[in-house]
Design a protein. Structure first.
Length: 152
């Protein structure tokens, strides 16, 4: 049994879309690993790649937020751990957003993030709008000390 087979959920799982997203990430990771192990010239991440990854992270961020809120009343300790995961996932999404803007853009200055005005177009438009919406959610539920606390 391979390591990937051990964490495959039964087909009766109530979360088929989440399972499919996880399988897609595993496939992508295996593809990147295979490319690097065969000596193929591995391309670095590009802006569309990071945009897709940011979309995935922010979707997971919203899911963890909802799970933490629902778990807290009945299982406070579990809810706290989910809230911590929620904060760490925001840190990951924030870092991916920052990396996106450090990659070269098609036009000079097009990679800058200006919250006071709309970005010029995709993918800058989509990633910045998504990031701004996620940051509003973080500010409502997470304190600065939560984000600065070391992972436990």
């Amino acid at each position: 049994m391979s390591p990937d087979d051990r964490d495959v959920l039964p087909t009766s799982d109530a979360h088929p879309y989440l399972r499919a997203a996880t399988a897609g990430l595993r496939h992508h990771t295996r593809t990147l690993t295979a490319q690097s192990s065969t000596g193929a010239s591995a391309r670095p991440a590009d802006r569309p790649h990071l945009d897709s990854l940011h979309a995935h992270l922010t979707a997971l961020h919203r899911l963890l937020d909802q799970l933490a809120e629902r778990s807290r009343p009945e299982r406070p300790a579990s809810g706290r751990h989910l809230a911590t995961a929620h904060a760490r996932l925001w840190q990951a999404a924030d870092a991916v957003h920052a990396a996106f803007h450090l990659l070269p853009a098609a036009a000079p200055g097009a990679s800058d993030c200006h919250p006071e005005r709309l970005p010029e177009g995709p993918p800058v438009l989509t990633i910045c709008q998504r990031h701004l919406a996620a940051s509003h959610a973080v500010r409502r539920k997470t304190t600065a000390s939560d984000l600065a606390a070391p992972a436990s």
